[in-house]
Write a protein of this length. Structure first.
Length: 485
């Protein structure tokens, strides 16, 4: 009798377990398991960032062309709205323009890491809170290495910022104390990001990784050229710089430009040397891009990964007699931007105007993350989902080191489909106005042209509005501009 009763009890237990299991399957997994499953389904995000790369230099990177351009979407109107290393990287961290994140220049009283108002509010922290593993490799903000106390910003599973040797191409000291010597820098970045990918792939969690490449930035030592990997040392020795064929190269008359933009002619021989050295250094980045793609594929992560390739800013190679960055001209504002990943159809070209600030909103959107502060950009996903334009004017600006009535600002301006406009901060009667429709090479500054007076007035108003903007107020449709008289 006792054994029979035991059998009945056992049968009831089994039946209850079966019913409970069936009921649970209709209700879904437990909250903790559901969270793990949802996180695992979210896409990985890998940002590959070059330093000072021009948009037209992408054509000299055959592996990147084959693996990213041919397999993803190329954005032909991407720009760095504050085209200088530290302000651009602050935008890519915070999702905010300089008036909101605090960084207006590389150094000086209003520049560098010390000017960043909230380093712990960053895209890494927001994605980590959403369940991501996060890693950052290479160059961070100028002057970060001098911060006291020196600590990692919140939100990074692996904080691998480079503290010294950033522009030497062959050595470096990293946040964790590692020192690397006599190894080409792209190989160093490959190895360090590989370690993160390997660790993250085992965790069954989505990951966000930022890989900073030095190229094609110049070294700080003479002869101040990017350094080539040995196998590319003699590449492009006879290649003629295409910029020599631009009407803007060594522009004949620059008297119509603001005084701060009037420069002597640049040397053709030096420009050719710099151009070829930049391409040689970028060929190693090209190899590194291919390596990253192979590594993600080996780990089974490639198909669920957004690969984003861009630069912190563009670079002038003699257009308008300008060299370098931190100028409001298209060659400096424009950056390459290619995205490969889920929903981005291979070989597609997109001419939607997008900015580095928009990338932060996009990453948060992909990762279902909630930013811890107001971001100033628009997610690319939101732009792609709308048939109508969500803005018609984008803020552009440059900074300086001056402690004056316009602290840290040099030029404030805007860009539209047709016009590029800017004025000296605090001096709205001194500036630039280029009409891309009638003057695609920007050879004629229309700022003082009476026929453009109403256009200038309207663009001045838009600049005043956007230079004070925050969050969603940075993205608006102002409507048609007045016609040229």
């Amino acid at each position: 009798m006792r054994s029979t009763r035991g059998a009945v009890v056992a049968a009831v237990i089994v039946l209850v377990a079966v019913v409970t299991s069936a009921f649970a399957s209709t209700r879904g997994p437990s909250p903790s398991l559901a969270k793990d499953s949802a996180a695992a389904r979210r896409p990985n995000i890998v940002l590959i960032l070059t330093d000072d790369m021009r948009t037209d230099e992408l054509q000299y990177m055959p592996k990147t062309q084959r693996l990213l351009v041919d397999q993803g979407v190329s954005f032909t109107h991407a720009l760095s709205p504050h085209p200088l290393c530290c302000p651009a990287r602050a935008e890519l961290s915070s999702g905010q323009y300089g008036q909101n994140n605090g960084v207006r220049h590389n150094d000086g009283p209003f520049g560098g890491f010390k000017a960043l108002l909230q380093p712990d509010q960053n895209i890494g922290r927001w994605l980590k809170a959403a369940g991501y593993r996060t890693s950052y490799h290479g160059k961070y903000l100028n002057g970060y290495e001098h911060a006291r106390p020196l600590r990692a910003p919140e939100g990074w599973t692996i904080w691998d910022a480079q503290l010294s040797g950033i522009y030497t191409y062959e050595r470096g000291r990293f946040f964790n104390g590692d020192r690397v010597r006599h190894q080409y820098v792209t190989r160093t970045m490959e190895q360090r990001s590989d370690d993160a990918f390997e660790q993250f792939a085992r965790s069954n969690r989505p990951f966000f990784t930022v890989i900073n490449h030095v190229a094609p930035h110049v070294t700080l030592q003479a002869p101040h050229l990017p350094v080539a990997q040995q196998k590319y040392a003699d590449l492009y020795s006879d290649l003629r710089p295409p910029v020599f064929d631009s009407p803007a190269f060594n522009e004949r008359r620059v008297g119509d430009l603001p005084r701060s933009m009037r420069k002597p002619r640049v040397g053709r021989a030096w420009t050719a040397k710099l151009f070829r050295a930049r391409l040689r250094a970028l060929r190693s980045v090209d190899d590194a891009v291919a390596h990253t793609v192979r590594e993600l594929d080996r780990l089974g992560e490639l198909d669920n990964t957004y690969l984003v390739f861009t630069s912190d800013n563009g670079f002038a190679l003699g257009e308008h007699r300008l060299k370098g960055k931190n100028y409001l001209v298209d060659q400096v504002l424009d950056v390459p931007l290619v995205i490969r990943g889920p929903g981005y159809h291979p070989g597609t070209v997109d001419d939607t105007p997008v900015t580095l600030v928009d990338l932060v909103a996009t990453f948060a959107d992909w990762g279902d993350a909630l930013p811890g502060q107001r971001v100033d950009g628009i997610s690319l996903e939101r732009m792609r989902a709308h048939d109508r334009r969500l803005r018609d004017t984008i803020l552009v600006q440059t900074g300086d080191r001056m402690r004056d009535s316009t602290p840290g600002w040099a030029y404030r301006g805007v860009t539209t489909d047709r016009y590029l406009f800017g004025y000296r901060a605090g001096q709205p009667r001194k500036g630039i106005l280029f009409d891309r429709r009638t003057d695609p090479d920007a050879l004629h500054n229309r700022f003082w042209d009476r026929d453009y007076r109403r256009v200038r007035k309207a663009l001045t108003h838009r600049t005043a509005v956007l230079s004070r903007c925050k969050g969603g107020g940075c993205n608006r449709v102002f409507g048609p501009l007045p016609p040229v008289r």
